[in-house]
Each structure stands twice: as C-alpha cells, then as structure tokens.
Design a protein around this ligand. Structure first.
Ligand code: PLP
Length: 412
C-alpha cells in the first residue's frame, strides 16, 4: 500500500511503494520487518557512532522524562541537564574554557545558527559590511535556508529561485584559489568561511592538511571567521573529540549534531569562541542574538547526549576509532586494484569511500551490497559508496564487510 510518509531526500514516485522498513537495531546491525539482518556500514547518516540499541541511553532518557521532559530556554529558563551538557561540550571542544554552546535540534539548525551569528557578530562588532559567507565546492551543510545556499551539490540548489546572493563558492582543495577569491571579493566584506574538515556527503573528500592550514591562516589575517562544520566529524569520528583538534584548526565556531547523541535523539548546536561571544556576553552589553528554537536545549535530548558521551568514555570508543582507522584503511585499500574500482578514499578516521567509474555502477554497487546484507550510500556524484561504520564495529565485521564489498564489485 502507498505510504503516507513523505521521506526526506527521496524520489517518492518510487519510494511510495518501495520502503525498507526497519524494526530493530543492535550494535552495527539493523533488522527489517521481514527479518533480514543488515550491516550498517554508514552508521545511518554518519550518526550511529556507539551503535544501535544501547540500553544505557534508553535508561538516561527515561530518567529525565520521569523528572522533567523539558522546559523551553527562551529568556532565562534552564534545566540542570542542559547546562551540564553545554559545560561538557565546552570542556571537550578545542575552543578554550570560555567558549559557549548554542543548542538546536540538528545539523541544519546548527548551520543556520552559525550563519546568522557570523553576520550578527559583525554588526554587533561595528563591521556591518561583512556579510559574505564562503563555502567550498562539493560542500554539504544541511538543507535549511542557509545550508541550501552554502551547499554546492547542484541538485540540492535547484528549483527554489535565487538563493542567498551573498554566499560564494571556493575551491575545496586549492588554497591559492581561495586566496584569489578572497582578494577579488574584498576580504573586508567576508564574514565567514564554512569548512567541513572532511567533506562527507560531497564524496568523502580529504583536503590536504596544507589546504586547511593555509586557509585557516588566510582567515586569521583578514579577520574572517573560520567555521568548522563538524556535524559528521564531531564527537570522535576522526579519533579525537573534534577533527579541529586533529587538524589544529582553532575555529571561531564549530557546528555539531549527529554524533553528540549518536542519533538517539535530535541535538545539534554551535560551539562559539570567546571572540564571537564577547559583544553579546560582555557586562552591560545590549546586543541580543534574536535567534533560537523551541527545542534549543531540550532536556531529554540533552540527557541522551550526556549518556552518549558517557558511553564513548566508558567504552573507550575514541581509542577504538584510532585502532580501527588503519584497519578500515587497509581493508578498503585492499580493493583498490579491483578492475571495477576507480579510486579508494580513506585514511583519516572512520570515513571512507569506494569509488566506481559511473553513477550507474554506483547504483549497481549499492544494490549488490544491499543484496549481500550491507547498507551503504551513494555520495556526491553517485560514484562514491560511503563506508563510515559505527565505532563498535568488530574486526570480524570489518573482514566480512570487505568480503561482501569484493563480492558486490565482482558482479558489476
Ligand atoms: N553539515 C554537515 C557536514 C552534514 O553532513 C549534515 C548532514 O549530513 C548537515 C550539516 C545537516 O545536518 P542535519 O541533517 O542534521 O540537519
């Protein structure tokens, strides 16, 4: 029967009669309503870092629900769990002890918050002409208003009329091109540079460290805010809590979501450095960030986040990511000389892609993997298949995944 559920990012003319209904999850696996066991090679949409079905999260959520499900935080209301989460995120993020956290319900919310705050900061700081936001080709920053304008995957931009005209596209790999763009635009008009440390949805694209450090320095020279979009990389996917630490980015803001709760409940947000907080937080200031959502700081969602961070610490999952990084790299690279493989992208954290020659081959590999019991996902131009497993994947599961991938490649 035709579904009533309009799926996100889906061709509903087909999906309406072709849903895969998932009923249960445990660790790196989920089960369909007809009993098929599927390996979650992507951790859902890069979020299920601690794996599925962890009772410790359920227990924490129930405890908070029994106490106070939530209370909005507009004005001066707060709950202990939400305050504690913000303090904990500040202590984990590499932005200094005086950073602050603005909470929201997901990555797109976080991006809209950061984009508005970047412009609002400069009006508060006496530079109202700094309005231009720069983001990178292949970049993906969610699909709210600002995210749609900041993202450069063309199909996501089409059909909405003019997007934000003060958002411009930069090279994703060539720092000299970024410098030219800054100089041609007038760096004094640029508010912020948005940067995924590793481009995820655009195709698992790793920038040279030189690119990141040069662009970071350019932003510093010209007073441009550097915003690390860590919606995918935040909370451990590259080993440390944040990829900004691994790549020494010292951002002015970090956007996060997904991994903060491992997807158990929706939370996103922005970690904001002292520089950006200052005009709003200074004693006597009348500057007010007129922004926020009903669920900014939702208490039960905060409880899920706290429990998730507890699990990551108690189970040593950041160490496990560091241990798995070379193993995933080796496993994927072992497929590099397969005749149907065009390229392997891997080597940093639990982020990888098997790239084939055409989008049709990408679809074929996706279907072959699914037939073998593996959920993957096509990224970017449809040629790259995503490998971003939960941190709890075992060595045996990785070996099995590699075998299934080779078998699916054989049948292309
Ligand atoms: N930013 C990045 C880098 C993302 O990968 C995503 C989602 O995949 C987003 C922002 C948007 O997050 P959400 O889908 O939670 O709104």
């Amino acid at each position: 029967m035709e579904t009533a559920f309009w799926h996100p990012q889906a061709l509903m003319s087909q999906v309406k009669n072709d849903e895969i209904v998932l009923e249960r999850g445990e660790g790196s696996h989920v089960w369909t309503d007809d009993g098929r066991k599927l390996f979650d090679a992507t951790a859902g949409l890069w979020y299920a870092n601690i794996g599925h079905g962890d009772q410790r999260i359920t227990d924490a959520v129930v405890r908070q629900m029994n106490q106070l499900e939530t209370f909005h935080a507009f004005g001066n209301f707060a709950t202990p769990i939400t305050k504690a989460l913000c303090e904990r995120i500040v202590s984990l993020a590499p932005l200094g002890d005086d950073a602050k956290v603005f909470l929201a319900s997901g990555g797109s919310d976080a991006i809209d918050t950061a984009a508005k705050l970047a412009r609002r900061y400069f009006t508060a700081a006496g530079e109202p002409n700094r309005r231009i936001l720069v983001s990178r080709e292949y970049g993906y920053h969610g699909l709210h208003g600002f995210g749609t304008s900041l993202g450069w995957l063309q199909p996501n931009r089409e059909g909405y009329g003019e997007l934000d005209p003060d958002i411009i596209r930069a090279s994703a790999t060539d720092a000299d091109e970024v410098e030219k763009l800054f100089m041609n635009t007038g760096p004094e008009l640029i508010a912020a540079f948005f940067c995924e440390p590793i481009i995820g949805a655009g195709g698992a694209i790793f920038p040279g460290e030189e690119y990141l450090s040069k662009v970071r320095e350019l932003c510093r020279q010209h007073g441009i805010l550097f915003i690390a979009d860590e919606v995918i990389t935040g909370f451990g996917r590259t080993g440390p809590w944040f990829a900004s630490e691994r790549f020494d980015l010292q951002p002015d803001m970090i956007t996060f979501a997904k991994g903060v709760t491992s997807g158990y409940l929706p939370v996103g947000g922005v970690v904001i450095s002292q520089r950006v907080c200052e005009p709003f937080w200074a004693d006597g200031s009348n500057e007010w960030f007129k922004h926020g959502m009903t669920y900014s700081g939702h208490s039960t969602c905060a409880a899920a986040a706290m429990a998730n961070l507890d699990v990551i610490e108690a189970d040593g999952l950041l160490d496990r990511v560091r241990e798995l990084e070379p193993k995933l790299d080796e496993a994927l690279q072992s497929l590099a000389d397969h005749p149907n493989v065009a390229e392997i992208r891997s080597g940093t954290g639990l982020v990888g892609a098997v790239v084939v020659d055409t989008a049709e081959a990408g679809q074929g590999l996706y279907e072959g993997l699914m037939a073998n019991g593996v959920i993957s996902r096509k990224l970017g131009d449809g040629r790259a298949l995503q490998y971003s497993p939960p941190f709890v994947m075992t060595d045996d599961e990785l070996a099995w995944l590699t075998e299934q991938t080779r078998a699916a490649l054989d049948t292309l």
